[in-house]
Design a protein around this ligand. Sequence first.
Ligand code: NAD
Length: 291
Amino acid sequence: GMKIGFIGLGNMGGPMAANLVKAGHTVTGYDVAGVTIDGASSASTAAEAATGADVVITMLPNGGILRSVADDVIPAMKPGAVLLDCSTVDVESARDVAAQAAKAGVGALDAPVSGGVGGASGGTLTFMVGGSQAAFETAKPLFDIMGQKAVHCGEAGNGQAAKICNNMILGVTMIATCEAFALADKLGLSREAMFDVVSTSSGYSWSMNAYCPAPGVGPKSPADNGYLPGFAAELMLKDLRLSQQAAEAADADTPMGEAATALYSQFVENEDGLGRDFSAMLPRFETKSRG
Ligand code: NAD
């Protein structure tokens, strides 16, 4: 097996590290909150977890924390080792950390995931990966353990780019699906009829077909569980903000992404969205009128 340092053992990182232990790899974990993993040894600093590792995996809250962990970890890594960041962070932080690693003779990949906590514990995540082909080959066996699919999207930062573009579409289609359901209610259309038509017509999407925001129709989803997450609205807001930060930096026009960011920010920060699933936009629209 490989020698792996794992930094950030939270809701996602904890089960991902546990799956690597189960597959027979030697894992040394570090989390600032003191979390430990059965079968893994615990380091008392990030640098200690990185020392001698073939691959150092990070699963952290944001780009600022990634940058500070990278400052500690990269100088401790052996030449030719790979820093594999699976966090969702801004494209610029991912690219800066990769450049810093390259200068130190260390490989780097940005590999954000989709699949959530269920995918992390079940080992069924999808990885969207930016960085060199050589680093991708090194990490491939680990992607196969922690996930079911890894797409190499090109150079450093492209994994984060793919993730935020995907989630910008998701945020926009979820809002569109919810507002259309709320309109259909007011027009006297049943939810069953709405679902039956749209899920097999040109308005279909993952938000309607796989994650229907209306309780009692379509496959089981957080709507059938009181809108408990699932994928929390505040995590959607985080990803939408990253999309708008990237759009600003790249001078891209994203009016729908901007509108979705404003709505999720209103929902999470000024209404009752915090801690609810991102599909709880539907009851939100039901209680609103055109004004
Ligand atoms: P989390 O808050 O549960 O875990 C983050 C962990 O990092 C915490 O245990 C925290 O103590 C640790 N940490 C913070 N600063 C640290 C430092 N300086 N050194 C070491 N450890 C430190 O978050 P999570 O849900 O596991 O998410 C991790 C990342 O995965 C985020 O970037 C998130 O956007 C992304 N993500 C989450 C989900 C999800 O459904 N939870 C889905 C896809 C992607």
